[in-house]
Design a protein. Structure first.
Length: 166
């Protein structure tokens, strides 16, 4: 049976955003950010009440997509990124996207990019406390079986959007 889950979180930028981690990207719930959090792209994330939590969406096994939108109040130029990967069917307590297949606290694994891969314009927008950010996590379990054990075992999938029922 096909299943979808949509989770929307609102957060904001922070002057300490480095966004330079080679394998992870994180949306942080805490308002504070130290200099060591090089994977964190925004802070103060709060789930929108009308949607399931990112943790609930991460429990589904299947395809996953994260849209991160940054709206800086200074320029009013919207910056965004789309991250593709797989939902690890985990009990995530945090909003972490990983290029690796590590499931612990992950909402997306085998992701198409990390914080280091973000465009400089987006990173600049995320470094302002006056930037409002929104994260939309979408998970999709198709009606056919995705061999998630093989995927999580570091198999190579060139483009997750091209998976089909063969």
């Amino acid at each position: 049976m096909e299943r979808f889950c949509f989770s929307l979180v609102a957060c904001k930028g922070h002057p300490n955003v480095e966004a330079d981690h080679p394998s992870t990207l994180e949306l942080e719930r805490d308002e504070r950010l130290g200099v060591r959090g090089d994977c964190i792209v925004c802070v103060g994330c709060r789930q929108r009440r009308s949607t399931p939590s990112p943790s609930e969406c991460a429990r589904l096994r299947g395809l996953a997509k994260l849209y991160l939108v940054a709206a800086p109040l200074e320029s009013m130029k919207i910056e965004y990124v789309e991250v593709n990967g797989f939902s690890p069917a985990s009990k995530a307590k945090r909003i972490i996207v990983r290029k690796s297949s590590v499931r612990h606290d992950s909402v997306i694994v085998n992701a198409s990019l990390s914080s280091r891969d973000l465009k400089q314009e987006l990173k600049g927008a995320l470094r302002s406390s006056f930037t409002m950010c929104f994260g939309l996590l979408i998970t999709y379990t198709p009606s056919f079986d995705i061999d998630s054990e093989n995927i999580l075992a570091r198999s190579i999938v060139e483009d997750p959007s091209n998976l089909s029922n063969k």
